[in-house]
Design a binder for this molecule. Structure first.
Ligand code: SAM
Length: 285
């Protein structure tokens, strides 16, 4: 066996625990159910051609499996003690890099350059810390074609919002801004008992595939984002009033904007499709 995929180096082995004071702040609920880890990795089925980016490897519940299956693994961990322990564990596996990094500010656009084979995929896998799950997910989504597919564990309520269709209370800016670039599917839910220590809420794993073409072209994305955030800024108001307040324009101007885009200004943001938000953004420009 080649040294780079040394089986001993990627075999599961517990690493040193983080200082207990950090646990809550960094959302350190470690996965202790192997079957769940297996199911998460199986969603994206890494191969030797693929680069996997793991966010928050923690004590390595997913890391060993990802290292065995992928051609290259880059893991970003903000807790220096955990990162150091994992580096020690994977020292003999040259295709594994554990980096001290904050996943909120990582340059995901650079990932395709690290693929072991040009034709391989970039796969993001994570059991995300709940407190920073949304900014990290948004950063991954906004990475555009740099990330092909993701298997991400989130708080169940957030996972439901990510995949929600228009028309309900769970549909909001997170749904629209994710779905414009990816096709998300809530794959399965995970009970608190699967973690140590157990969180107070259920979790769920979302499988996201990048759309071959985003529903909104990259050049229009910033304006689209502004309009979506404005529309959902006051959910109880009708679209014209919410847009007026969120965009800093009069309700009358906002009504005219909706009418020019062919959208009834009396509707609520949660009833609009991505295509309708896109028309609003184009008209607003
Ligand atoms: N993947 C491990 C598992 O499934 O057991 C740990 C998951 S735990 C929910 C979240 C991990 O993310 C912790 O190890 C935590 O230290 C790390 N983390 C928290 N904030 C982070 C950030 N901004 N960037 C990178 N890692 C972070």
């Amino acid at each position: 066996m080649s040294p780079r995929r040394n089986a001993r180096a990627v075999a599961p082995r517990p690493v040193r625990r983080a200082a207990s004071g950090k646990t809550r702040a960094l959302g350190q609920h470690f996965l202790r159910d192997d079957a769940v880890a297996e199911r998460i990795v199986a969603l994206v089925q890494p191969t030797s051609r693929d680069l996997v980016i793991e966010i928050g490897p923690g004590e390595g519940a997913l890391t060993g499996r990802l290292a065995r299956a992928s051609g290259r693994l880059l893991a970003l961990e903000v807790d220096h003690a955990l990162a150091a322990a994992l580096r020690e564990r994977f020292a003999a596996a040259s295709h594994v890099e554990i980096r001290d990094a904050d996943a909120r500010s990582f340059d995901y656009a650079s990932l395709p350059g690290l693929k072991p084979e040009a034709g391989g995929r970039v796969l993001a896998v994570a059991n995300l810390p709940y407190s920073v799950a949304k900014p990290i997910l948004q950063a991954l989504v906004e990475a555009g074609p740099a990330v092909d597919e993701m298997a991400i564990m989130l708080q169940k309520e957030v996972a439901q919002r990510v995949e929600a269709p228009p028309g309900g209370k769970t549909y909001g800016s997170l749904s629209v801004l994710t779905q414009m670039a990816c096709e998300p599917r809530l794959a399965f839910t995970v009970p608190p008992g699967a973690f140590r220590p157990p969180p107070q809420v259920d979790s769920a794993v979302v499988h996201l595939r990048r759309r071959p073409r985003p529903l909104v072209p990259a050049a229009e994305a910033p304006r689209f984002r502004t309009v979506v955030l404005a529309a959902f800024s006051q959910r109880r108001k009708n679209l014209a009033n919410a847009l007026g307040a969120g965009l800093g324009i009069t309700a009358e101007t906002a009504r005219a904007l909706c009418e020019s885009a062919g959208v009834d200004p009396g509707r609520r943001a949660e009833t609009l499709t991505i295509e309708e938000f896109s028309r609003l953004a184009q008209t607003h420009g």
